[in-house]
Design a protein around this ligand. Structure first.
Ligand SMILES: CC(C)(COP(=O)(O)OP(=O)(O)OC[C@H]1O[C@@H](n2cnc3c(N)ncnc32)[C@H](O)[C@@H]1OP(=O)(O)O)[C@@H](O)C(=O)NCCC(=O)NCCS
Length: 190
């Protein structure tokens, strides 16, 4: 990708949050920006801030370190098929990432993580709303999230931002699909 493709603040609805937005709500001083390719330092910093439990929820298994192939895949952001947004704390440290990876022309898979020290402060919701805006701009109409069935937080978070279309549980894995065409609700901006 030639440029970082930062998106100017021309929201299609007042509720949309875009990268480079101003700090707000329960997370003052936290800003969002679109991630560019090969920003492995950001990946590593966020991964280092995840507890073993958060890594388990994010990667669906014990993940003591980011292995080469996975790390390379996560760094291969192109702003179109693979979109990522990072949250940056007041001290400039990355504290969370949300990403969409296209599964086809209209569907994209969602993954998101917030470092433990910042969980429960609205960062995940902001990241999800922001990456949803970018995904919609790229023509995706549905998000697919494969989550551990025990991951109530992620399930509640997704349902609080986008309308859920389907929920399929197969043992310890649950797949949710969400409608990306719907605008993010007003309380996302709160
Ligand atoms: C899931 C995760 C991304 C949520 O991020 P977060 O910044 O902690 O979430 P927020 O503070 O934005 O929460 C937004 C809403 O989600 C819901 N939510 C978040 N965590 C929750 C939990 N543990 N239990 C129930 N609801 C929860 C709440 O409705 C919350 O709104 P409220 O605080 O106004 O009630 C974060 O906890 C995380 O990184 N977990 C580990 C990795 C992971 O599970 N990733 C998802 C799999 S891809």
């Amino acid at each position: 990708m030639a440029a970082l493709h930062l998106v100017p603040g021309t929201a299609t609805t007042p509720a949309d949050e875009r990268p480079t937005s101003r700090p707000r709500g329960r997370s003052p001083g936290v800003t969002l920006r679109e991630l560019g390719p090969d920003e492995t330092d950001v990946l590593d910093t966020v991964f280092a801030g995840l507890s073993d439990h958060s890594r388990y929820l994010r990667f669906h298994g014990a993940t003591p370190r980011l292995r080469g192939a996975v790390r390379r895949t996560l760094a291969a952001v192109d702003g179109r098929r693979h979109i990522a947004v990072a949250a940056v704390g007041p001290d400039g440290e990355p504290i969370g990432i949300a990403r969409l990876i296209g599964l086809g022309l209209r569907e994209a898979e969602l993954a998101i993580e917030v470092v433990d020290a910042w969980q429960g402060r609205g960062i995940g919701r902001r990241l999800l709303a922001a990456v949803a805006v970018l995904g919609r701009e790229q023509g995706y109409s549905r998000l697919v999230a494969d989550v551990l069935t025990v991951n109530t937080g992620m399930r509640v978070l997704l349902a609080s931002v986008l309308p859920i279309l389907t929920v399929e549980t197969d043992g310890h894995e649950t797949t949710l699909t969400a409608d990306l065409r719907a605008g993010t609700p007003a309380f996302v901006a709160a």
